[in-house]
Each structure stands twice: as structure tokens, then as C-alpha cells.
Design a protein around this ligand. Structure first.
Ligand SMILES: [Zn+2]
Length: 99
């Protein structure tokens, strides 16, 4: 499994531009050869959250991309795997705090 983000043309980071009543225009690449997405879409309201929560969310989303939305080692649940890898990178799970 390749994890090199910069060499992967299927990897993208986008900012969600959703406006209530108008929708969104996030451009996403097709699924990669592995059949999974490596696109990260971040919500602008992250800047209103705590630094710790924002870092955790960003690390969690990078972990999904790194793992091609799959498991990590013996962790087969993709959400648990993303949390575990984010924590391994130094960004432990934070309490939910959407404003
Ligand atoms: Zn997730």
C-alpha cells in the first residue's frame, strides 16, 4: 500500500464550501486504483474549534487517506483505525465540539 500523498494523483485536500440552500462545489477525483477515495474535505468551521480538536480532525482525515479508508494492523474498523493512527502521530481523539 502506497502512502505517499504527494505522488498520488488521487490524493486531494479541499475546503468544503457548502452554503445552506445553495449546496457545494467540492471537486473530488474518481476513486483510485485501490477503489477507495484519498480525498480530504475540511469544513471551514474547524477554525472556530479548539486547536486540539482541529488537529485531531485533520490527523484523523489524513489517517483515513493514508490507510485508503481501511484498517490499520489488527484494527479492522476504519474509524477506529483512523483514530488509532492519528493518536500514533500524536493527535489523540478529542471530545466532539462542533459549534
Ligand atoms: Zn473518520
Amino acid at each position: 500500500m502506497k502512502s505517499n500523498f504527494l505522488a498520488d494523483t488521487y490524493f486531494r485536500i479541499s475546503l468544503d464550501d457548502c452554503e445552506p440552500g445553495k449546496g457545494r462545489t467540492v471537486v473530488m477525483p474518481l476513486l483510485g486504483p485501490s477503489g477507495t477515495s484519498r480525498c480530504i474535505v475540511l469544513k471551514p468551521r474547524l477554525e472556530q474549534c479548539s486547536h486540539e480538536f482541529s488537529c485531531y480532525i485533520i490527523a484523523h482525515e489524513f489517517a483515513h487517506a493514508h490507510l485508503h479508508n481501511g484498517g490499520w494492523g489488527e484494527i479492522t474498523d476504519r474509524e477506529d483505525a483512523a483514530d488509532a493512527l492519528a493518536q500514533h502521530w500524536g493527535f489523540p481523539k478529542q471530545p466532539f465540539e462542533w459549534i
